[in-house]
Design a protein around this ligand. Structure first.
Ligand SMILES: [Zn+2]
Length: 194
């Protein structure tokens, strides 16, 4: 859920922020065992982990972002897996650069891994394995392994941008900013994406 926060609404800010933490964010640290065999798509700025081409196609549909003429271009291009990978790769890199631009935080950093889970169950299972507690999140970013966790059935470009923003924010400064500050910045990004 992406609720726009304006700093003027001081009264509601702490309440909204707490809610947002619960619904979208976590930066807790723990081990990360994974028992899923991933396929991997390496882009300029990210490494996307997905289970099969069908899931990648869903991911592509969910992330509605890119140059305006993409719709036409996609109509006339083949839908082979190679082409799909190319489209998804470009799309995610454009989104990544856009997030950097909005934040004014352009700096070379390690590629961000994006784990794209098939459904809520698998996403929650991953969370429980890492943090040893029940999951109430729709997506999160984990600093320890520089990884974004998303569920392809519950995803949109704003959500991915938000989590990529966390990765960028946490790696831009020498010291990671306070969680509340990072959250305000990440939310600014997803609400100013388009
Ligand atoms: Zn967040």
């Amino acid at each position: 859920m992406h609720v726009q926060l304006t700093l003027k609404r001081n009264l509601f800010a702490p309440i909204l922020l707490c809610f947002y933490f619960l619904s979208l964010c976590s930066t807790a640290r723990a081990e990360s065992p994974e028992d899923i065999t991933w396929k991997s798509l390496e882009t300029k700025h990210t490494i996307i982990h997905y289970q099969n081409d069908k899931e990648l196609e869903k991911f592509n549909v969910r992330i509605d972002y890119g140059p305006r003429n993409w719709g036409l271009k996609r109509l006339f291009s083949s839908s082979s897996p190679d082409n799909l990978e190319e489209i998804v790769g470009k799309k995610v890199d454009i989104l990544f650069k856009r997030v950097q631009k909005i934040l004014g935080m352009r700096k070379k950093m390690d590629k961000v891994t994006v784990n794209v889970y098939q459904d809520k169950d698998r996403l929650h299972k991953a969370f429980t394995k890492i943090y040893r507690t029940q999951c109430h999140l729709r997506a999160w970013y984990r600093y320890k392994n520089n990884t974004v966790y998303v569920n392809v059935r519950d995803l949109h470009e704003g959500m991915l941008a938000h989590e990529l923003a966390h990765a960028i924010i946490d790696h831009y400064l020498l010291v990671r900013p306070p969680r509340a500050t990072a959250e305000i910045l990440a939310r600014y990004v997803d609400s100013h994406l388009k």
